[in-house]
Design a protein around this ligand. Structure first.
Ligand code: IPE
Ligand code: IPE
Ligand code: MG
Length: 260
C-alpha cells in the first residue's frame, strides 16, 4: 500500500468541500471550436481528469465523483461510443501509476455490467489494485443514471418487503439510501458542471438534494487546477442552510445555539 502524499489544504474563507462531484461536459464543443473531431475533445478531457484527480487528492478531498458516461450516452453514434470506451480502457491502465502515487482508491459507479468486456476488466483490475489506498476515493460514474439507480433500489426494496426482510412501515430516507449504489459515501458538498448547461442530466438526483451547485462556461478540457480552485473558493463563500436558518439569521431573531 502506498501512503498518500502530504495533504496541503488551500487557505479558504470558509468550509472545504469534502466530496466534489463533476459533470464533465463540453468535450465535443471544445473540439468543434478547434475544427477537430469530437474524439479530440474527449482525449483532451482525459488530461483534465488527471489534473483534477491529482489536485483533489493532494488537497485532501475525501471523495471525487466524475460523471464520465451516462446511461443516456449509449444513444450516441456507435463510433463515438467505441472511441470513448477505448479511451476509458487506456485511462484505467495508464492512470494506475498516478492513482497509486497519490493514494487514490478508484471505484466504478453505475450499471458497470453494460461496459464492454475489455473496459470492465481493466476497471475491476484498477479497483482491485487501488482498493487498500487510504487517500481520496475516486468514483467514476459509468453507464450511470440516477433514475436507473432509484428504480433498481425500488425493485430490491420491493423484493425485500415481499420476502419479509423489510417492514414497509419503517421505510424512510435512510432506508432508501442503503439501496443506492454506494450508500456509505456521504452526499456531494459541491457539484460542478462545466460547459454552461443548467441541468443535472440524470446525475446523483437523490444525493445532490443539498449539494451546492457551481456551473462554469469553461468546457471540460479547459477545466484545470486554477478553475478547480475557483470552484472551491466559491463553495467556501456559500451558506448551507438545509431548510433551516443560518447562525447569523438565528441570532438576529434571538435564538441561541443555532446550527443548520
Ligand atoms: C462530455 O462531453 C463527455 C461525455 C458526455 C461522454 P460531450 O461529449 O457531451 O460534449 P458536448 O456537450 O457535446 O460539447
Ligand atoms: C452529461 O453530459 C453526461 C456526462 C458528462 C457523462 P451530456 O452531454 O450527456 O448531457 P446533456 O445531453 O447535455 O444533458
Ligand atoms: Mg454534452
Amino acid at each position: 500500500m502506498t501512503p498518500p502524499p502530504e495533504v496541503v489544504r488551500p487557505e479558504l474563507d470558509g468550509p472545504f468541500p469534502e466530496h466534489i462531484a463533476v459533470v464533465m461536459d463540453g468535450n465535443g464543443r471544445w473540439a468543434e471550436e478547434r475544427s477537430k473531431p469530437r474524439v479530440f475533445g474527449h482525449r483532451a478531457g482525459v488530461e483534465s481528469v488527471r489534473e483534477v484527480v491529482t489536485s483533489c487528492a493532494r488537497m485532501g478531498v475525501q471523495s471525487l465523483t466524475l460523471y464520465a458516461f451516462s446511461v443516456e450516452n449509449w444513444k450516441r453514434p456507435e463510433a463515438e461510443i467505441s472511441q470513448l470506451m477505448r479511451l476509458l480502457k487506456v485511462f484505467l491502465v495508464q492512470e494506475r501509476r498516478v492513482l497509486m502515487k497519490n493514494g487514490v482508491r478508484l471505484r466504478g459507479l453505475g450499471r458497470l455490467e453494460d461496459l464492454p468486456q475489455a473496459a470492465l476488466k481493466e476497471l475491476r483490475n484498477t479497483e482491485e489494485l487501488t482498493k487498500d489506498n487510504d487517500g481520496m476515493l475516486l468514483r467514476l460514474a459509468l453507464s450511470y443514471g440516477s433514475r436507473t439507480e432509484l428504480a433498481e433500489a425500488a425493485r430490491q426494496l420491493a423484493l425485500d418487503v415481499r420476502e419479509g426482510a423489510l417492514d414497509p412501515e419503517r421505510i424512510d430516507d435512510e432506508t432508501l439510501r442503503t439501496y443506492l449504489y454506494d450508500p456509505l459515501t456521504p452526499d456531494p458538498d459541491l457539484l460542478i458542471r462545466t460547459a454552461g448547461e443548467m441541468r443535472l442530466s440524470n446525475f446523483l438526483l437523490w444525493q445532490s438534494s443539498y449539494s451546492e451547485l457551481y456551473v462554469t462556461e469553461r468546457c471540460w478540457p479547459d477545466f484545470r487546477e486554477p478553475e478547480l480552485m475557483e470552484a472551491i473558493s466559491a463553495y467556501a463563500t456559500r451558506r448551507r442552510k438545509y431548510g433551516g436558518l443560518a447562525e447569523t439569521e438565528r441570532e438576529a431573531v434571538g435564538e441561541e445555539g443555532a446550527g443548520a
